[in-house]
Write a protein that binds this ligand. Sequence first.
Ligand code: GTP
Ligand code: MG
Length: 698
Amino acid sequence: MRTHTATTATTTAKSTTAKSTTAKSTTAKSIAAVRNLGILAHVDAGKTTVTERILYLAGLTHKRGEVHDGTTVTDFDPQERERGITIFAAAVSCDWAGHRINLIDTPGHVDFADEVERSLRVLDGAVAVFDAVAGVEPQSESVWRQAERHGVPRIAFVNKLDRAGADLDTALASIRERLHPHPLAVQLPIGTEESFTGVVDLLRLRALTWDEDGTLHEGPVPAHLQAAATERRRLLDEAVAELHPQALEEFCARAALGTDTLTAALRDLTRTGEAVVVLCGSAYRNRGIEPLLDAAVAYLPSPLDVAPTRCADGTHHREADPRQPLTALAFKVTAAPTGRLTHLRLYSGTLHKGDTVLDTTTGRTERVARILTLHHDETDLALPGDIVAVVGPKHTRVGATLCDADHPIALEAPVRTEAVVTVAVEARRAADTDKLAAALARLAEEDPSLRVATDPETGQRTLSGLGELHLEVAVEKIRRQTGVEAVVGRPRVALRETLLEGVTGFTYRHAKQDGGAGQFAHLVLDVHPLPPGTEEQFTFTSTVTGGRVPREYVQAVEAGCRDALAEGPLGGHPVTGVAVTLTDGATHPKDSSELAFRTAARLGVREALRASRMHLLEPLAEVSVTVPEDTLGAVLGDLAARRGHVRSTGTGHGTTARVNALVPLAELFGYAGRLRGRTQGRGTFTTRPAGYAPAPAG
Ligand SMILES: Nc1nc2c(ncn2[C@@H]2O[C@H](COP(=O)(O)OP(=O)(O)OP(=O)(O)O)[C@@H](O)[C@H]2O)c(=O)[nH]1
Ligand SMILES: [Mg+2]
């Protein structure tokens, strides 16, 4: 996450200590006033534009930046400005209505999904942005599910209401159909498309309109919308009463809800995820942002409202209390040549400048020499809920927990998105080889979804990532930062291996008993394919009875199975979809050990796989293409030539057609250029990972 130095930022009042009662309540109040929010959506829905307008309204910038001019605050990197897309999640911070809003503008492009994943890990709430013409697009659905998995409450903003074909009700219907059964619109648009000028706030039954320069005016509901507004408010009251018991009581008594009851109920329903508050507007035309900020403050949780932080094994928990022991998660490391910054989210305790903390992942202690706010201002301490960057830790990696050494805790690390595309990279000039290696290592440290390795067959250095664009951006970043030019090979996809048919009762005896300390382990294993649709990629069960294999050795066997599955027999690819059952075994009184059992399992499973029927799997992508109708035939023909399986075609807006297809990722390299050619530059497409399928033989 890049932080940004803003010009007119004020810093949070963090000079309080928790010593006196007044100080305590001030601290609690200041934590309650924090909102750590993410902006999530499909590529191009308008996240960066929304963020830009928020910063402008909060007085942080004096001019509204535009993505197409390369002048936004959060699309900060030269590559983002040139390409017009967000690549790195960027954190900024501003004040609104007495609240401190820490905002993370995330990328929508699927190649940067890992940035979204890491951001979600430290957010308390999110604004999901939708395009009012396109509705719920594939990547919006992916990030929505990602947020759901993290338990991050969301409100929705239907953007681009100024566009031709924009319609709030259609967008609501697509949210209902694809994301959530209870989207609750709290606004009614005034005017449509070009003449969209504002919204009716259904809670207060007032009209909010914006003039051309974006100034907000509040007034009575226009006469022609009064009936519609009253009706929508009634429907909103009804929908809320159905979901919220206290609201229901009031609704039964009065046949309507008071504004306060409605607000409180919407807050509860947002936090439990039972309903989604929907707002609308046009970020580009500066309409609808103030009520969005008000809603974020009113409905989304503060760090005090979210569930206490649990550690990875689920045993202890810590609350957002400055007096509890320190617990912080390192969610981003920027390993710039000028110095290393570790970005932290604090969950509990107080971090002071100069503190020595424990990194439970490495087991080392690290000294925090300096603490920087999101505005790069120095601060002496950080409180629960704060997002800060620290200077000092030398070995802390993304996902590590930093904590009080006397009260160690390990928080769950963000899940790393698996790399699916690999290229060989070498320095154009042999003299730059070492420099390139160092730059690649630094990049991989910053972005855990990038992997650097050496191809065992060719000895070439390889870089793996989430897609062609991800790798292209990485190589270009190195060129810009270090001047080192790299030659990049043809992209290859990451294959996997799986079982077609396994083996039962496979016996393996590992015995090294040639004098000295020996090794002995005897195993009987069933190795079978997992039923299709199983979520886990590997399961392990032991049915050994009578203590014939002691429990700690059984655990070692499981670890040995995992070792074996890292490299399959067909080509050294990871093996997935495997169920291993340990059915019997034997030990030796002196020579058996955990190591012996782990080794036996590794070698045994490897042999069992060789004896099984295996096949290769290749990654698939779900591709959504929007093209002019007259080019549809050519586009479908091209997808078929790429082994694509068309799942649906339909008409988009106007004279466009939409195609949804499953295509092997390996066939998608260079697709952007081909689509441009086939559609005279008018076609667009997005992809998202769609699992694995059997690769054709040969
Ligand atoms: N008509 C219209 N265009 C908009 C609106 N909001 C954003 N745009 C345009 O849509 C394009 C994409 O906007 P961004 O803000 O970059 O979208 P994003 O969601 O940040 O995109 P990524 O970060 O690349 O995923 C830009 O050209 C914006 O000017 C809007 O309300 N109306
Ligand atoms: Mg963006």
